[in-house]
Design a binder for this molecule. Sequence first.
Ligand SMILES: Nc1nc2c(ncn2[C@@H]2O[C@H](COP(=O)(O)OP(=O)(O)OP(=O)(O)O)[C@@H](O)[C@H]2O)c(=O)[nH]1
Ligand SMILES: [Mg+2]
Length: 285
Amino acid sequence: MSHIHWYPGHIAKAQKQLKEKLNLVDVIIEVIDARIPYSSWYKTTDELCGAKPRLILMNKSDVSDPELNKQWANAISKKANCDILITNLSNKNDINIIISKIIKLSQDMLEKRAQKGLLPRPTRTMVIGMPNVGKSSTINRLVKRAKTKTGAKAGVTRQQQWVRINDKIELLDTPGIIPTVQDDQFQALKLACVNSIGENAYDSEYVASELLKILNKKYRINLEQYYGFKKDDNITVESIAIKKGWILKGAQADIKRASQIILSTFREGKIGKFTLENIEEYDLV
Ligand SMILES: Nc1nc2c(ncn2[C@@H]2O[C@H](COP(=O)(O)OP(=O)(O)OP(=O)(O)O)[C@@H](O)[C@H]2O)c(=O)[nH]1
Ligand SMILES: [Mg+2]
């Protein structure tokens, strides 16, 4: 039985639209979630991006496991054959690093133009990624630097605007959403854990209890410390509810409330800085 329901609805259309937008840009910025680097990374981007330079931002590194951030960044950079930056978007300096990286990645394009006798022009870039990974935050941070909107270009839908970030970079002000059509329930589960799937698509009791299974395996000590459990205690949604006093009439654990709080506490990084995926679990070579 599947616990998480994908809405594949208009996937082909979404892909086509994304591809059309990608045709307009020189450098693609893909944002992924550092807590689930594998599941939030778009493995088939090659089909969409072709040979265009791509920069991956492994974002939300402030709430993921610092040890694993580096391992994942290396592994994905190798596998995807592109540059990757570990980012925390509240870090101002990270935006400067992103800007210099985009400029670096556009050198090829500029050289090719020069060879053809064409004048240099600003590098066009856009942000793509799965839901909730930080696409809008990336755009907003970059746009804060911008002086003027440069207006719509031919071939671009009316709502879209190019924003001049500096003399060298123009950014499309709307992100490309990667359609998350999958039939992999485990991937869906992890996307639900980090809030990348609409709440209507899953049962929070199921997602919270599966999240606790993963955390019991990978980050047991943090769970014990945060919720005040001992080494041999069973840490489940129910035992946490009882411990916290989230109780319904008749002394029953309030599973629904507990599940929601456990999920939001995890998402805010309060229990600890966790990465739900280890490189060894995947075939990355
Ligand atoms: N901890 C942390 N939170 C972040 C970071 N970047 C973004 N967020 C938060 O993540 C949430 C989603 O960010 P958005 O920028 O709206 O993500 P999005 O990809 O545009 O999401 P959709 O438009 O829903 O697809 C917001 O609450 C942001 O504040 C980060 O580096 N660290
Ligand atoms: Mg957004």
